[in-house]
Each structure stands twice: as C-alpha cells, then as structure tokens.
Design a protein around this ligand. Structure first.
Ligand code: C5P
Ligand code: MG
Length: 192
C-alpha cells in the first residue's frame, strides 16, 4: 500500500495532481474539501456547519474534519492505498491521521508530497478557477487572502511534522501539469 499526503497551499494543484496519481497507482482520493462541498450541496447538518467556516476562508474545527475523515477511511475499497488531499491542515489533524491509518489500515503514511507555488500565482489560479467552479471561496479576493493566511498560520506546521519523520518531499508546482505529475511519480517510485 502507498498512502500519500498531498500537501500545499490552496491553488497549488493538489486536486489536479491527485487525479493522475490515483490512476497510476490505483489509489483512493480522500479530499476533505470535496466531502464538505458534497455535504453543503446536500444541505446536511455537517454541510451547514462547514459552510459557516468555508465561506469565510477559515478552517473547520479539527474534530469535525477528523470524524468525517474516519468515516470515509472506513468505507471498503479495492484500491492499493490512499491520497489525502487537503488533509491534514493542522498539527492536530496530522497526529490524528497517523493514529487513524495505523488503526484502520494498519499502515503508515508513506510520504508527504508538497507542491510549492508562490502566493501571487495562487491568487491568480484561484480567481480563475472561481470563474467556473461555482465555489464562493474562490471568487472573492478577501476570502482567498484569508485561506492563504490560514495556510501559513495553521497548516505550514504540518510540513515540520513530516520533515521530522523524514517523509517530506517538495516538488515545484509551477509549469506544465504533466511535467509536475512526472516529478511526483518519480518521488513515489523512489519509495515503492
Ligand atoms: O481543500 P480545499 O481547498 O478544497 O478546502 C476548501 C475549504 O474547506 C478550506 O478553505 C477550509 O475552509 C475547508 N477545509 C478545512 N479543513 C480541511 C480541509 C478543508 O477546514 N482539512
Ligand atoms: Mg482541492
């Protein structure tokens, strides 16, 4: 099994790259952002709660997100591993993920692949995506700025934890999409 944490600020290309990785390595993608949006669309209790944070560009409280992730991870799957896209986003979530994969999958996290993109380009990409995504958090400059701010204040420390474990690898997330995929494949093939 390979269990990948796909890491990076909003707009760094996690969701885009996850699509290539799931196909190549037969993985299941768990995107906490997508799960929240699914709940919002279906107007569930969880969706209503998550929306109150997402619409401001803030993080949903740890325990809410962690419980949702556990439910998803327990679903049966025939894949040969997982990609965690947009999770963990805090130190607490990072420690919880380690415990959950050990308990549920009897496996460790294999690698944390971190996509590096400068802020200016992130903002441009998110605004562009907002033209078609219908995501309220992509269409407003202040919300985008807040999401990037949340990334630096709460999420960047996730990288430190994976660095300490020797599992942290940076990949430049600027250039042709396929080129970036190739760089990610190369990093995964090193640990396979
Ligand atoms: O990962 P994505 O960019 O799709 O997440 C969209 C929003 O969902 C985040 O800006 C945040 O409000 C919320 N989220 C969260 N905690 C996570 C993942 C997403 O609060 N672990
Ligand atoms: Mg995403």
């Amino acid at each position: 099994m390979i269990n990948i944490v796909l890491f990076g600020p909003p707009g760094s290309g996690k969701g885009t790259q996850a699509q290539f990785l799931i196909e190549k390595y037969n993985l299941k993608q768990i995107s906490t952002g997508d799960l929240f949006r699914y709940n919002i669309k279906n107007n569930t209790e969880l969706g209503v709660l998550a929306k109150s944070y997402i619409d401001k560009g803030e993080l949903v409280p740890d325990q809410v997100t962690i419980d949702m992730l556990i439910d998803e991870l327990k679903k049966p799957t025939t894949t040969e591993g997982f990609i965690f896209d947009g999770f963990p986003r805090t130190a607490t979530q990072t420690k919880a993920l380690e415990k959950i994969v050990a308990e549920v999958l009897n496996q460790p996290i294999s690698i944390c692949l971190s996509l590096i993109v400068e802020d200016q380009l992130l903002v441009e990409r998110l605004l562009k995506r907002g033209e078609t995504s219908g995501r309220t958090d992509d269409s407003n400059k202040e919300i985008i700025a807040n999401r990037i701010q949340e990334y630096y204040s709460k999420t960047a420390e996730v990288a430190e934890l994976y660095k300490q474990q020797g599992k942290y690898v940076e990949v430049i997330g600027v250039g042709e999409i396929e080129e970036i995929s190739q760089k990610l494949f190369a990093e995964i093939d090193k640990i396979k």
